[in-house]
Design a protein around this ligand. Structure first.
Ligand SMILES: NC(=[NH2+])NCCC[C@H](N)C(=O)O
Length: 409
């Protein structure tokens, strides 16, 4: 059987991709809790959906099969037992204090008969205002504050890049940085274990959501069939990269090296893909602010565990050497002007989605970076994203490749 997951580069022609169409979870964003939910503003849902549909259409017009997280998760619940198991597991992770409230929410969720509606409800969260008064209450419900939610929404789900990441024929099912996003990984767990498309494929899992240290897909990049690059960032611990590397080697995914990129730990650079992406065999988009302070470590399989070496060369040389090309071009976000770079990086100017070598999807708003990409010979598919960008993510973070064509040898 051909493998349902096949990703041996960041740039090979994209064949199948997973998206999540933003839903009612965005309407459960309120100013008081934006920061905790990792948003900077409240997108207008209808417009965000239009922008997202347009993104999906650009991909389809380029012969990419688009599948949706919410459909796959719904289709994974193939029996009543699985539905109940999913709901129970979801509720256990939803920080519900009182057992009576929990029973009430269980009843509410299980009364939804359509699987997709059920999945969408779990994503949207539940406002207390939607629930009837409890007849008898737990103490925790009686002393409750005016917090509006019985279950928090998961507004970051449209960044499908992060909760899990595909590499080779395998999947890294992540343990995420924040409580709010960590709940997202449950959909991956059900999809890869129970969905008919994946369940018999024996997909090697190279990270698990029950791990104690964190890692997110925005930091995980398949540089070539031999090398995986991972950012050490606000979202990904160095210790997780060691665990990932060990699993990649032990489970024989085919990769021979992991390159760890140490980037600053702050919100504007939350993931490697907010400052660095690969757009062609020998071209990368990069945010100039990270160039100076970047340390790269090579991790390979040694006699007694992992061999880890700090690289001392320039980033260009390290990349060229590892990719086996003569030289690489770094295309600077904002064209190297620091103000433009800072502005366009914040709006995901470096967060391009490569759909074939030298062909990328970008936001229209990052005009300076886009011009630089074009000047470097990169073909652009431009999309509006004024609402989508409010969640701080671009085309790469909004997509998880499931299948890419192999690059010619
Ligand atoms: N791979 C990425 N760059 N993802 C962007 C995720 C943005 C999201 N609001 C977060 O803070 O988690």
């Amino acid at each position: 059987m051909t493998q349902p997951i096949h990703v041996f580069s960041e740039i090979g022609r994209l064949k199948t991709v997973m998206l999540h169409r933003p839903g009612k979870e965005l309407e459960n964003l309120v100013p008081d809790y934006l920061e905790r939910l990792l948003f900077d503003d409240i997108p207008f849902l209808e417009q965000a959906q239009k922008e997202h549909d347009n993104f999906a259409n650009i991909l389809r017009e380029n012969d990419v099969e688009v599948v949706y997280l919410e459909d796959l998760a719904a289709e994974a619940l193939t029996s009543n037992e699985l539905r109940e198991q999913f709901v129970d597991e979801y509720l256990n992770e939803a920080s519900i204090k009182g057992s009576k409230r929990k029973a009430q929410l269980r009843e509410l969720l299980l009364s939804i008969k359509d699987n997709k509606e059920l999945i969408e409800k779990t994503m949207a969260g539940v406002q207390k205002a939607e629930l009837p008064e409890l007849k008898s209450k737990n103490l925790s419900d009686m002393v409750e504050s005016d917090y509006p939610f019985a279950i928090d929404p998961m507004p970051n789900l449209y960044f499908t890049r992060d909760p899990f990441a595909t590499m080779g024929n395998g999947v890294s099912l992540n343990h995420m940085y924040s409580v709010t996003r960590n709940r997202e990984t449950i959909y991956g767990k059900y999809i890869f274990s129970y969905h008919p498309r994946f369940k018999d494929a024996d997909i090697p899992m190279v990270y698990d959501r029950t791990e104690s240290t964190r890692i997110e897909g925005g930091d995980e990049l398949v540089l070539s069939k031999d090398i995986v690059a991972v950012g050490i960032s606000q979202r990904t611990d160095a210790a997780s990269i060691e665990k990932l590397a060990k699993n990649i080697f032990d489970k024989k995914l085919g990769f021979k090296k992991v390159l760890a990129f140490g980037i600053a730990n702050n919100r504007k650079f939350m993931h490697l893909d907010t400052v660095f992406t690969m757009v062609d065999y020998d071209k990368f988009s990069i945010h100039p602010e990270i160039e100076g302070g970047l340390t790269v470590y090579s991790i390979t399989e040694g006699e007694n565990g992992l061999d880890i070496v700090a690289e001392t060369d320039t980033l260009e040389h390290i990349l060229a050497k590892n990719l086996g090309v003569e030289q690489v071009t770094l295309i600077r976000c904002g064209g190297g002007n620091l103000t433009a770079a800072a502005r366009e990086q914040w709006n995901d100017g470096s967060n391009t989605l490569t759909i074939a070598p030298g062909e990328v999807v970008v936001y229209d708003r990052n005009t300076i970076t886009n011009k630089k990409l074009e000047e470097a010979g990169v073909k652009l598919h431009v999309m509006p994203g004024s609402e989508l960008v409010r969640g701080r993510g671009g085309p790469r973070c909004m997509s998880m490749p499931l299948v890419r064509e192999d690059l010619p040898k």
